[in-house]
Ligand binder design. Structure first.
Ligand code: NDP
Length: 270
């Protein structure tokens, strides 16, 4: 069994997952990365890639079994794999919403169910769930994505109570916009935008511009490393913008907050 801490990262083939896998390997962790197609993932020194589709029960079980057979333990699980969906809630089909929930909520649930027995019997473990600012602050035309991150936050907080006696804890990382390919890799609702058309286009322009000028995934990776090595704290906004938004959300009266959020997305004051 390796003396190093063994980390599993889902969605390690790009963006935040890839940057985190690289940084943790450079810092002495034994890293296992999941990717739907490992042959397409860029090799990273010190990271072992395995096939993992978090929407597939059998894939999750065989990936976790493989890591346990190679390393004998899993100290840290980072549920990073995620997809987004842009579009008006009214125009979202149940099938489209189900797909996003399957990756962003049921994916972490599958991983947690597969990994927890070994963490509980070792009486040690940490689960890091990658949420988002949208996990505490919903934005227009990202209603389904925001609801998956709210669901992930709720599940994480419940779970943390349930497993604390086994010396296993849950952390939520809450990044703001990060310059990855999440927008390119993710879908837009398929139904015609209809009455929402001009507002969706304006909002998405703002969102894409914010993503392109945002910090890269290395910032989130650094914050994850700091969370693994620092004192425990459940909710960890990533970066200055996320920290500020998290504080404003808690302390600014709802009406004022609502007005400034609408303004920032170019909505009429209501
Ligand atoms: P990327 O699109 O770069 O990475 C997403 C990763 O998820 C890919 O590695 C992809 O792997 C993987 N993935 C998608 N579907 C599945 C699946 N069914 N099974 C296994 N892996 C899957 O985006 P980011 O790096 O930006 O996103 C990572 C996380 O960070 C997500 O949870 C996202 O919600 C969150 N986040 C992102 C922000 C941003 O602005 N970018 C802000 C806040 C949070 P594959 O190669 O198999 O497609």
């Amino acid at each position: 069994m390796p003396k190093q801490k063994v980390v599993v990262i889902t969605g390690a083939s790009s963006g935040i997952g890839e940057a985190t896998a690289r940084l943790l390997a450079q810092n002495g962790y034994c890293v296992f990365g999941g990717a739907r197609n490992p042959s397409r993932a860029r090799p990273i020194s010190g990271v072992k890639f395995g096939t993992l589709d978090v929407t597939d029960d059998a894939s999750v079980v065989s990936f976790v079994d493989w890591v346990l057979s190679e390393a004998g333990k899993i100290d840290i699980l980072i549920n990073n794999a995620g997809v987004s969906l842009a579009g008006p809630v009214e125009q979202t089909s149940i099938a489209e919403a189900t797909k996003v929930f399957d990756v962003n909520v049921f994916g972490p649930l599958r991983m947690i169910r597969a990994v927890l027995p070994s963490m509980r019997s070792a009486r040690s473990g940490l689960i890091v769930n990658i949420s988002s600012v949208l996990g505490f602050l919903p934005a227009p035309f990202m209603g389904i994505y925001a609801s998956t991150k709210h669901a992930l936050e709720g599940m994480s907080e419940s779970l943390d109570h349930e497993i604390r006696d086994f010396n296993v804890r849950v952390i939520l990382m809450e990044p703001a916009f990060t310059n990855t390919n999440l927008d390119v890799n993710s879908a837009n609702t398929e139904a015609p935008l209809g009455v929402y058309s001009s507002q969706v286009e304006a909002t998405m322009k703002t969102v894409v511009a914010q993503i392109k000028s945002a910090p890269g995934p290395e910032l989130v990776a650094e914050r994850i490393l700091a969370a693994l090595e620092g004192p425990y704290k459940m909710r960890q906004p990533v970066g200055r913008q996320a920290t500020l938004l998290s504080r404003l959300r808690r302390f600014v009266p709802a009406k004022g907050f609502d007005g400034s959020l609408r303004k920032s997305f170019g909505f009429r004051k209501a």
